[in-house]
Design a protein around this ligand. Sequence first.
Ligand code: PAF
Length: 281
Amino acid sequence: MEVFRNRKTLQDYIERQKEMGKRIGFAPTMGALHEGHLSLYKEARNENDLVVSSVFVNPTQFTNAEDLRKYPRDVNRDLMILKNSGFVDAVYLPETIDIYPEKTESKKYNFDGLENEMEGKSRPGHFDGVGTVVEELFRQVKPDNAYFGEKDFQQLAIIKKMVEKKKIPVAIKGVKIYRAENGLALSSRNQRLSENRRNTSKIIYETLKDVKIWFKHLSAKEITKKVEEVFDDQPGMFLEYFMIADENNLHEATAFHSGKKYRAFIVVVVDGIRLIDNMEL
Ligand code: PAF
């Protein structure tokens, strides 16, 4: 596995691969790799000649300095995981200057309103940061296909929108949420949970499964009330938001219409750690 630590060496490599007609699959990450990331690489491996990943903790997408400071970082562990996976040909570990040659700040995007829902409300400016880093990485890595987990469903929708609006020639592929045996969606943040908490947090997935059943006969308002009641009874857990949204525009659904696709979205703060999940209904 090749490791590139700056833009120039990466770009020379990409040029050579493109000249040889290789199809590039790319999965950008912020490190603290887990099985969920491996599922992205696996899919990329099946569909491309070359699989590239990146590890870069992007400062501009954090809206809370404390969250950025505490974000788990262990590059040597990540490199080991990438190498042992056998799925990845090259990894890019840019320095901040390789992504932000001038100022470390986000560009402003209009994602047709997708950015104003859910995570956009809770973390203003977050998606400008994501858009900036992903657009820059796409320009440098020049992938044919790029892979993102459905756990961050809103991020996936926003990246699809950015690529469409900016006409960036890359196909965006969503990969199913990878869950622990107890159903907890895998996330780099889970590393900060105690074992006991990782176990009790399975209630998030169990509640989403209940929502899928309630969705058949209850209204959005009734379902939301039931979800709130579940988390009122969970000490140390705080329901930041729950909502059912139209998958297309991510607008909150107050009534359900046949022919439309809906998805339930939830964020629960467990011992100060934000856990995010969603489920197709
Ligand atoms: O999902 C993530 O890990 C990040 O938001 C991403 C897409 C790598 C951009 O920093």
